[in-house]
Write a protein that binds this ligand. Structure first.
Ligand code: ARG
Length: 405
């Protein structure tokens, strides 16, 4: 195939086999210099080693930076405020991380005078969509190369042979047969036996959580404190956002909370099965939604449920850097002004249950709600209300009866 000419490409680099093979492959097939970019989203890898490996594999320059704080403030918290769970379940950790990585990739390309970026996504996934739409939105002049859609290395064995022939260090440990994407907000695991939808995920597939049947015994109570729609502390102790998420991942993980086994609809048209682990995301989302139940009026609460679905689809579909996400986020932020308070959750093996909620902005009026002494609700007013509320239905009934008769 004829290829465009680039003099320097900034390549998204994880240190794994695909992106390591990409370095010599791009140099050989595009005849250009390679700069690698690795962002720390909390994937737990040793990034000094990743950097050294990038340079040893032939990059002229390897950029590594810590994105955890930005990831939480600019991506995770907006998703929490919007209650963004794709198809009602997936907390979107991969989908939220991609636009940030792609944004940094573009920035590094512009800073280093590169004329293209490259990513290691396959041709049938969602991640290529997220990388490439972001690049088009932020720097349409840059070229984008997706080696996995181009190269002739069709199996892992092909890639290993290619790497050995070029002296690239390959992981010595027998890798699990899964594809895993892990960051601060969760972990996604697919492939292997799980491609059969009827097969239970094997015990060795899980990364962040204990098997609930072997989890810590008994239960523990945890209170999440919120300010304007985002968690700011645990049990009344203010906490740094990254530490707060890490602490809830640890706690939920110990009790086997946050496992999700899901078949989802991909952007590119196919269905796929993925298992997710997201202890902190599950706890934070459930607490946040509970707080909205007392802090938002009925109309806003219900309208927001529709926005949640649209907002999740925008994230999943790779459209983060677009005008609709910006507009919906402004709407959501407006609704969160009064979403402050605290939610108590009881965590035990495999489950988390809400046991209490309170807020200075709570719209719950015990005087109105009570069935005991001190009831302030005007029962007489209900009679007139129901005459008018039922009026359309009396009218329909009358018309139907006269037509039948
Ligand atoms: N299905 C998820 C998404 O599209 C996660 C993709 C990455 N999964 C993985 N196991 N590598 O956002």
């Amino acid at each position: 195939m004829s290829r465009p000419t680039y003099k320097k490409i900034v390549c998204a680099y994880s240190g794994g086999l695909d992106t390591s093979v990409m370095i010599p492959w791009l140099k050989e097939n595009y005849g250009c210099e390679i700069v690698t970019y690795t962002g720390n989203l909390g994937q737990g890898d040793d990034l000094d080693r990743v950097k050294a490996k990038a340079l040893a594999t032939g990059a002229v320059h390897a950029v590594v930076d810590d994105l955890k704080g930005r990831f939480v403030d600019e991506f995770i918290w907006p998703a929490v405020k919007a209650n963004a769970l794709y198809e009602g379940q997936y907390p979107l950790h991969t989908a939220l991380g991609r636009p940030l990585l792609a944004q940094r990739l573009v920035e590094v390309a512009l800073e280093t005078g590169a004329d293209a970026i490259a990513h290691g996504c396959t041709g049938k996934g969602n991640d290529q969509v997220r990388f490439e739409v972001t690049a088009q939105a932020l720097a349409p002049q840059l070229g984008v190369v997706a080696p996995l859609r181009e190269w002739e290395l069709l199996t892992r064995e092909d890639e290993v042979d290619y790497a050995i022939a070029r002296g690239i260090e390959i992981p010595i440990t027998r890798e699990k047969p899964y594809s895993i994407d892990h960051n601060l907000w969760g972990c996604a695991i697919e492939c292997g036996e799980m491609e059969d939808l009827w097969t239970e995920p094997p015990a060795d597939a899980w990364v962040m959580t204990q098997d609930p049947s072997e989890a810590a015994r008994g239960s523990v109570e945890v209170i999440l404190n919120f300010e304007q729609g985002v968690p700011v502390g645990i049990d009344g102790q203010g906490m740094d956002p990254v530490k707060l998420i890490e602490a809830l991942n640890e706690l939920g993980g110990r009790y086997g909370v946050g496992r999700i086994d899901m078949v989802e609809n991909r952007v590119v048209g196919l269905k796929s099965r993925e298992v997710y682990e997201a202890p902190a995301a599950v706890l934070i989302h459930m607490a946040h939604m509970e707080l909205e139940r007392i802090c938002l009026d009925r109309a806003t609460f219900n309208y927001k449920r529709k926005v949640a679905q649209d907002f999740s689809n925008i994230i999943y579909d790779g459209l983060w850097f677009g005008p609709l996400r910006e507009a919906l986020q402004a709407f959501v932020d407006q609704t969160q002004q009064t979403v402050s308070g605290e939610v108590r959750i009881r965590v035990s093996a495999g489950t988390a249950r809400i046991t209490g909620r309170r807020s200075p902005h709570s719209l719950y009026d015990m005087g109105l709600a009570t069935y005991s002494h001190g009831d302030t609700f005007d029962r007489q007013a209900a009679e007139g209300f129901l005459k008018l509320y039922g009026l359309p239905y009396r009218t329909v009934a009358q018309v139907r009866r006269s037509q039948e008769g």
